[in-house]
Design a protein around this ligand. Structure first.
Ligand code: SAM
Length: 277
């Protein structure tokens, strides 16, 4: 009988955010795969968990997957954790999980902290539909290219960012999305200096420039989705009046104006009727 690989989420700051089930599983497995053994040891020591640690990171994941498959096929149970939060979410693990599933190994998730959900749950930004964008490329031009592809994305977008890049990234966002796009920056979630800053991109940049000590720690940037600007009645009124003057039927006027200005036919129809009263 093959063993099971458990994917275990760990705290993103506050050590108490460890679930009872995760602790139970970490205590029961034969080994724990982790990104950086030096990073994970303090957490495991805090919970008096003493298991062999096996490094699984971006540079050795395929080779490790092959080694861990042999262990699991021999009946050992293992767990995968990352430095913080949920493995595979901007963290290693995808290559391993895919490979193990392809070899019919059972992979069991143990849910827990993840910065994306943590930030969204308290930001007050729309959560009905969102897209996770992860980290943007470091180089400005590449960043611009990625952001340009999502200018009209209607869903809320969530980005991860480090303190070294947050100001440059916000500046690029201003350039691409414009100063008025609404954003929440969530920093140091679950930690002592946790903070949510919400407002236009222009406001956020001004706040972080004024309070340079806030530009420390870890960040989630939540950008509101694109909303097509409402066309004001005044914008289509000249065309509408011209068509009324020419004596066109109401239905035809509303169709032409709707097509030209991207507004609802019903709205134009009503306005023409109001004029003719
Ligand atoms: N696997 C993690 C998760 O589930 O959220 C993400 C790991 S990724 C390498 C690290 C990034 O996640 C940070 O640069 C930051 O953008 C975000 N992050 C992690 N912990 C955070 C925290 N406590 N507060 C704000 N953002 C955090």
């Amino acid at each position: 009988m093959s063993g099971i690989l458990y994917i275990v989420a760990t705290p993103i700051g506050n050590l108490k955010d460890m679930t009872l089930r995760s602790l139970e599983i970490l205590e029961s497995v034969d080994w724990i795969g982790c990104e950086d053994t030096r990073h994970s040891r303090p957490l495991l020591q805090h919970y008096a968990i003493n298991k062999p640690l096996i490094s699984v990171h971006d540079h050795n994941e395929q080779a490790r997957a092959e080694q861990l498959l042999i262990k699991l096929q021999a009946g050992e149970n293992g767990a995968l954790i990352s430095d913080a939060g949920t493995p595979l979410i901007s963290d290693p693990g995808y290559v391993l999980v895919k490979y193990l599933r392809e070899h019919a190994i059972e992979v069991v998730p143990l849910p827990g902290p993840s910065a994306i959900i943590c930030a969204l749950s308290a930001a007050g930004m729309a959560t009905d539909r969102f897209s996770f964008e992860g980290f943007l490329p470091a180089k400005t031009q590449k960043k611009v290219n990625v952001l340009q592809n999502v200018i009209t994305e209607p869903r809320t977008m969530v980005f991860y960012e480090s303190p070294h890049r947050i100001m440059a990234t916000l500046a690029t966002m201003v350039e691409v999305f414009g100063e008025e796009r609404k954003v929440t920056v969530a920093k140091e979630l679950t930690k002592q200096f946790e903070r949510f800053i919400t407002g236009s991109l222009q406001f956020i940049v001004a706040e972080l420039t004024e309070h340079s000590d806030w530009v420390r720690g870890e960040f989630v940037i939540i950008v509101s989705g694109y909303q097509a600007p409402k066309v004001e009645a005044v914008e289509f009124e000249p065309l509408m009046l011209l068509l009324i003057e020419q004596g066109l039927p109401v239905k035809q006027i509303s169709e032409i104006v709707a097509k030209h200005h991207g507004v609802k036919k019903k709205l134009v129809y009503q306005m023409v009727l109001d004029r003719q009263k």
